[in-house]
Design a protein around this ligand. Structure first.
Ligand code: PLP
Ligand code: ZN
Length: 392
């Protein structure tokens, strides 16, 4: 048996439950149009894939290869993504009245954000399935990551961005060899154009949760959080939510790890943070509904959170509700203040999306949604360097 044999067994629709062969090139569920989730033969994996096996493996997300969809060693492209540090941030915690605060610093990933996790997986798997060209709608970071991994895999990448995207993203995407199209509209408008091209056979559509594998890359954050905390999950995880691949992935990872016998049934409370200028998930959570309505006139400095409609809305809301978590919005001013506060108290220059997690903490504490002595992990999803325009 090869060292890391993928136990991928099939794809399953997260909404209608219909199953599909994983050798097919698929986007959304052909039956109902909702996201497809990869499933693994967890019983078979349980005998072979144990935490001890992780010792001496590369410090990248590929260390969890058995629970990843890529079949062939030669398609495990890498730029060194994943296995990011879990940093105690006690000075920041103390200022807020929290005694066990941690930051998982995703900003050190290739192209400066956790989008690298999702895109390395989607691009690798697309290449393995024989896809010849890729396209993606993006607020910036997803486009950069897609461009980087497309280059790594030798595939052309087409990136569709809102025309107000900060210039640093454009420079980066261009330098990484992708073709840029600027769109007069939001990411949802970009997504329509990418879909059109996919329907015309020009490329494969890499949109968030509209293909089955980005979520698999992002779920490795869940495996890492468990491994880095000695298989004792934290009490709370705070996640800045746009399309929601990360929170959906982390929640999926916990279920897989329980089935593998790596952790028990206790789960962290999953807290979804959005910007007050675009908070469709928060509104749906408060209304108690299963699907989120499209947010009108979305506007926020946290570009990655400017997602007015998410196809995985029900999966995000399930993770939040099943975990006993909550969803809340913070203002752009609070995001700016938190960005400065994290920087000067902990030495991490974070993206505004990431700062939203810290901005949420005083609200959560005041509302009794978190306790002072709980183990809380903030997902610092990106580096601040591409957002210099906010600090000038
Ligand atoms: C895209 C992005 C997010 C939101 O991630 P989703 O998986 O779409 O919810 C958060 N932070 C940063 C820095 C991003 O680039
Ligand atoms: Zn379906």
């Amino acid at each position: 048996m090869r060292m890391m044999q993928s136990y991928l067994s099939h794809l399953e629709c997260g909404w209608c439950g219909k199953t599909y062969d994983f050798r097919e090139i698929l986007n959304l569920c052909p039956a109902c149009g909702k996201p497809l989730l990869p499933r693994y033969d967890l019983d078979a994996a349980k005998a072979n894939f144990t935490p001890e096996r992780l010792k001496n493996r590369p410090k990248s997300l590929w260390r969890y290869g058995e629970m990843l969809p890529v079949q062939g060693e030669s398609f495990r492209y890498t730029l060194g993504e994943g296995f990011t540090p879990m940093l105690p941030v006690s000075r920041l915690g103390k200022a807020l009245g929290l005694s066990q605060l941690y930051a998982k610093d995703e900003g050190i990933n290739p192209t400066g954000s956790f989008k690298a996790r999702g895109l390395v997986m989607a691009v690798s798997r697309a290449a393995e399935l024989g896809v010849k060209a890729l396209a993606i709608p993006s607020a910036g970071n997803a486009g950069s990551a897609a461009a980087a991994y497309g280059a790594r895999a030798g595939l052309p990448v087409y990136v569709y961005l809102p025309q107000d995207v900060p210039p640093a993203f454009l420079a980066e995407i261009k330098a990484l060899g992708a073709e840029i199209t600027l769109v007069d509209g939001l990411i949802t408008d970009c997504a329509k154009l990418v879909r059109q091209g996919a329907d015309e056979g020009r490329w494969f559509d890499l949109s968030t949760l509209k293909e089955p594998y980005r979520v698999e890359g992002k779920k490795t954050m869940g495996y890492e959080i468990a491994e880095q905390m000695g298989w004792q999950l934290p009490d709370v995880i705070v996640y800045p939510t746009g399309g929601g691949t990360g929170i959906v992935g982390i929640w999926k990872a916990f279920a897989e790890m329980e089935a593998l016998g790596w952790i028990g049934s206790k789960r962290p409370r999953m807290i979804s943070v959005q910007s007050a200028g675009c908070a469709p998930i928060v509104r749906a959570y408060e209304q108690g509904v299963e699907l989120a309505e499209m947010w009108q006139n979305a506007a926020t400095i946290a570009d990655g959170l400017r997602v007015p409609a998410a196809v995985g809305d029900f999966l995000i809301l399930r993770a939040v509700r099943e975990s006993g978590g909550t969803a809340l919005a913070v203002s752009d001013d609070e995001i700016r203040a938190a960005q400065i506060e994290i920087g000067r108290s902990e030495g991490i220059f974070v993206a505004p999306e990431a700062a939203a997690t810290a901005a949420a903490l005083p609200h959560l504490l005041a509302a009794g949604k978190i306790q002072a002595d709980e183990r809380i992990v903030l997902l610092i999803t990106g580096n601040g360097l591409k957002y210099m325009h906010l600090l000038a």
